[in-house]
Design a protein around this ligand. Sequence first.
Ligand code: NAD
Length: 518
Amino acid sequence: MPKLISRNPANAEIIREFETTPLEDLPKIFDRARTAQMTWRAQTTQVRAEYLIQLRETILNHADEIIYLIAQENGKPRYEAIANEMIPTLDLLTYYSKRSPKLLRDRPIPLTLMKHRKSYLNYWPIGIVAIISPWNYPFFFPFSQIIAAIVTGNAILFKPSELTPCIGLKIQELCNEAGLPPNVLQTLLGDGAVGAAIIKQKPGKIFFTGSVSTGKKIMAASAQHLIPLNLELGGKDAMIVLPDASLDYATSAALWGAFSNSGQVCASTERIFVHERIMGPFLTQLKEKIEILRQGPSSRPENDLGSITSENQKTIYSRQINEAKAKGAEFITGGEFSSNKRFLKPTIITCQQMEELEIYNEETFGPVVTVSSYQSYSEAIEKTNQSKYGLNASIITNNISLGEKIAKQLEVGTVTINEVVYTAGLAETPWGGVKESGFGKTHSEIGLYEFVNIRHIHKPRSRIFIFKSPWWFPYTHFQYISFRQFLEFYRENWINKIRAIPDFLWNFIKFIKEEKRL
Ligand code: NAD
């Protein structure tokens, strides 16, 4: 059986070794999930919401150990493990534990025409959902989807990234300790082969977070069985700095937007567009601020930037940087790896022919940002929208209403004004992109409904309204005439509507009498 080795990316030390999940076990795993889900779905939403409170308490009881593990296996600073992984998870648990019972209640739909009937939406769990996750936010991203799946009554097959299996198993342990019934959540270890094998077993829905290239493979595989998908993919997010922005504010926002989690963020600021009037001072100040950032292993809590988590990313960084150098791009700072190749220095690039560079067009997913100038707002909007991705964008300005006008022209899932990146961690707001950044939402009310099927139930208002509908067979002359008159009620002009009433009533009564429909 292939081994999975978890290593500390800052020094390559082995943390733990695992057996990967045998592919031949998958049918058994699915059977267990199916049985567990039957019992879990029978619980009320209130009971499942109370479980979330228990889970929140369990996480808090293990807080230090979780922070240490995230920093060790992913390489990010410990502070970021608290701020960007623990807090959003606890926040989402709080939000869904409070809101889910109300959100998942039957919801009436007011009917305009059919006053004698009632309609409502009834939410029911999908069944078995597959959650396939990346390594960059190995705690929060999968956990946020697991929480939504649990409270909606699903069983979950969770495959963490092969780079962060310890954190994946920690999520399983926490859920078990909090009292989740056996097999409601099962964690499967392995690489893409295990992910692909999960899809072959036809889960009810796939929640995939990862690269565009894997997203396309997953979509092709799920198309074989018409499995619905939620795809949270990569980005090449833009920041537009307007000429009125405070330089200090704009450069601090750019710094965090581009380099938090060492730029290994789907919503990382990878392209900055600065108004030409302030381009020079913006670059100078951004460079000065980069120079005081401390980069190093997560074991030192004062470091701002941790290590590169994935070996594969190093190949992408080298290729994009070498091409940019060869095409004459100017490296304002960075562009080099540390001597042990575990860190890439924070990098700023400008270039006359920016649009020809891979580093400008394709996701880098690292501590690299391109900076270009623009002359007009329409040019900044056009450059932002030229990307094939559409995850997130930010605007820095003192003119909030102008910022909003620009925001409404950007082809992305989220726009933040005078903020960057962080809304993926807000429980109340939806997260998800457009174009090649994927589709579907997570978090928020909208994200919760991704984990349920929606059943529309339509019934008579009461027993006295049980009669044969006038549009049923057999079709008759008076039925035709009265329905023809009925069309007149859609006219805009009230006089025309009123004029149609006598004819309609006369023919309709004849039709009803003739057919004894009431
Ligand atoms: P990846 O696509 O390489 O892997 C993601 C997961 O898919 C892993 O668990 C992997 O084992 C699995 N996988 C690989 N091949 C598979 C296959 N054929 N079938 C099923 N599963 C398969 O991505 P990564 O390198 O782990 O993560 C980085 C990417 O994730 C970046 O592009 C980043 O932008 C994106 N991301 C997006 C969001 C978002 O919310 N939009 C959040 C985090 C990360």
